[in-house]
Design a protein around this ligand. Structure first.
Ligand SMILES: [Zn+2]
Ligand SMILES: [Zn+2]
Length: 129
């Protein structure tokens, strides 16, 4: 049983939403986005081209809703920023597509370029709020 399944069971919850967007080119996750909801609280696990929050952070139900909304079309960079995804979960606003870290050609300085050459600053540090 995975860490998360044990954790969720411990909290008495059972709802897990995997809303990871997929790369337009290779279908790998552009970012891993999972929300766990229990009767008492919500958790977010995030890993995008610009960073991750490790094993997850507790978030408010309002923010959980906003995250799920941000990953529902139409996608907008502003919606990703609003929920704290500084790397837009791998979304290229110019292309209107998601790309995985490989197809963002992420550099060590934390910048990326999509396959069409659009530039994105991928903040290497996770900002929880
Ligand atoms: Zn692009
Ligand atoms: Zn890809």
């Amino acid at each position: 049983m995975s860490f998360w399944n044990r954790f969720i069971r411990m909290l008495g919850g059972r709802t897990r939403f995997n809303i990871s967007p997929r790369c337009a080119l290779c279908a790998r996750p552009a970012a891993v986005v999972e929300i766990f909801e229990t009767s008492k609280s919500c958790f977010l696990r995030y890993s995008g081209p610009g960073g991750s929050n490790g094993t997850g952070d507790p978030i408010s139900p309002q923010r959980a809703r906003a995250v799920r909304e941000a990953l529902t079309p139409p996608y907008e960079a502003a919606k990703f920023k609003a929920v704290g995804f500084w790397d837009d979960a791998g979304f290229c606003a110019e292309c209107g597509k998601f790309y995985c870290p490989t197809h963002w050609s992420v550099s060590s300085s934390g910048a990326g370029r999509c396959v069409q050459g659009h530039f994105k600053s991928l903040d290497p540090h996770w900002h929880p709020e």
